[in-house]
Design a protein around this ligand. Structure first.
Ligand code: BGC
Length: 429
């Protein structure tokens, strides 16, 4: 988790040096005294609505959110733009930096410590401990947490399954039966995209399903290379190929589509199911679909009572403008309970706070309530998402996604070869 890619470290250290230089006055645009430049990758309809909600929550606090959005699901492009902006001496005031990328940036002094806000807002008592841990590094709080996404989510089209007299699947055997029945009706069982980050998102749920939490931890968190050669990983890889085939794609013709296209197929009933993080719920709702009548969700088969999470966080960057008071206001305002409820309802995620009243819990829709309650339950296996930066640095995450992409697009590569490649990528740093 705390591993720092050498290249990234060098670049960021250079940027840190630039900022530390007296009179570091690289071109800084003149901004209004109350405005903050916010870099993020929330550009789909649901994400946009959620970002707009954050923006309006900040208005009463006297903060004007200047949008610096970089399109691209999963944030790959946004991370590149952020790096180059920092190197140009034009770091935004606030950035969507999550998981391990946060610690990389904190390591080189580019992130404003938020210990004062955390103490004033009693984060140690109100946030989930796993969330506070994620935003803490070497005793310093380095970001404001916004929402908790569940990656091991299987979404289904309620009307379609209802029309065919089918129940959402809770086991792989049930999934296969649903897939057969949906296919027989001439409909695609599963929506799919071959974009590397989306493949990785599906795969880590399968890995957790087949391997279980202990082996998942060994592979993803402890990075024990040998664990990747376990036969359960082979099962997950074979299931990945099988699932892709359920979307009707040929092995040798990759179809890389933005994730919203798959969500669209689910919504219009041309596909029955989709495995994707629950930000998809935010998207479907933005398009007018309702979680009680149009779509539903269950945990990916074999991952009930497990929560494969990705936490969205905003880091306050150190830059020549030094808008510290405003940056602290952002962290204070957005971590407060009303803001948490308002924002997460739109985003498809759930509050990062553990102190929800019974009424607040009841106000969540069924899928969100299940996510929040599962995360809160003492016996839950809470597992960090690799595909969404919770467990490894950007370069490792990308290398894993590439290895999986290769495996899927080369029908001649067998699962063992893919396992060896993954083991090599995930060796202990
Ligand atoms: C982020 C979500 C975002 C999703 C798709 C994830 O990495 O945590 O907030 O909606 O990518 O862009």
């Amino acid at each position: 988790m705390k591993a720092l890619g050498q290249w990234t470290a060098a670049l960021l250290a250079w940027a840190g040096l630039l900022l530390a230089m007296p009179g570091a006055c690289l071109a800084q645009p003149q901004a209004a005294a109350s405005s903050l430049d916010v870099l993020h990758w929330w550009t789909s309809a649901g994400e946009r609505r959620a970002a707009d909600q954050l923006r309006s929550l900040l208005v009463p606090a006297g903060v004007q959110w200047n949008d610096a959005a970089i399109p691209g699901g999963g944030g790959t492009a946004a991370m590149k733009v952020l790096k180059s902006r920092v190197l140009m001496g034009d770091a935004p005031d606030v950035a969507q930096l999550i998981g391990s990328t946060l610690t990389e940036w904190a390591d080189v002094g580019l992130v404003l410590p938020l210990n004062g806000v955390a103490a004033r807002r009693k984060w140690s008592q109100t946030l989930f401990p796993a969330v506070l841990d994620l935003v803490s590094y070497k005793g310093v709080v380095i970001a404001a947490p916004l929402g908790l996404h569940r990656i091991n989510t299987l979404l289904y089209n309620r009307r379609l399954l209802g029309r065919l007299g089918l129940q959402p699947p809770h086991s792989w055997a049930e999934f296969e039966a649903v897939a057969r029945a949906v296919s027989a009706a001439g409909i695609k069982p599963l929506a799919w995209s071959d974009e590397a980050w989306q493949i990785a998102t599906v795969f880590e749920s399968l890995l957790l399903s087949e391997a279980g939490p202990t082996l998942y931890q060994e592979m993803i968190v402890q990075r024990k290379s040998a664990a990747w050669l376990d036969p359960r990983v082979e099962k997950a890889l074979l299931r990945l190929r099988w699932l892709r085939a359920q979307s009707g794609l040929n092995a040798d013709a990759p179809a890389e589509r933005v994730w919203t296209q798959s969500a669209r197929e689910l919504m219009d009933g041309s596909a029955a199911m989709l495995i994707m993080g629950d930000w998809t719920r935010g998207e479907l709702m933005a398009w007018g679909a309702s979680p009680s009548t149009d779509f539903g969700c269950v945990a990916v088969p074999g991952t009930e009572r497990m929560h494969l999470y990705s936490v969205d966080t905003l880091a306050m960057l150190v830059n020549a403008r030094h808008p510290v008071a405003l940056q602290e206001k952002v962290a204070e305002t957005l971590s407060a309970l009303p803001a948490q409820l308002a924002y997460n309802r739109i985003k498809g995620s759930v509050p990062v706070r553990r102190d929800l009243s019974t009424a607040a819990r009841k106000s969540l829709d069924a899928c969100a309530r299940d996510s929040w309650e599962t995360f809160a339950a003492p016996g839950t296996a809470r597992m960090p998402s690799l595909a969404h930066r919770m467990a490894a640095d950007e370069a490792t995450k990308d290398a894993v996604a590439q290895a999986l992409w290769r495996y899927l697009s080369d029908p001649h590569m067998d699962a063992l070869e893919a396992q060896k490649r993954l083991a090599a990528v995930m060796h202990t740093p």
